[in-house]
Design a protein around this ligand. Structure first.
Ligand code: ZN
Length: 57
């Protein structure tokens, strides 16, 4: 059974990060363990806690 990716908006809020405050829309798969949505900033490498479904406006 294939899982469909969920479109999520992720925003890094790390101070000094070159993409801090910039929201990216990415396809994500939920984790089996919490946190369900886990992302890492491609620029600063810090975990991103601001991960919300793109369908939520
Ligand atoms: Zn960052």
């Amino acid at each position: 059974m294939e899982e469909e990716p969920t479109v999520m908006n992720v925003t890094c809020h790390t101070g000094g990060c070159s993409v801090g405050g910039v929201t990216y829309t990415v396809d994500m798969y939920p984790n089996a363990e919490l946190p369900t949505w886990r992302a890492e900033c491609a620029q600063c490498g810090q975990p991103i806690t601001d991960v919300v479904p793109a369908s939520v406006s």
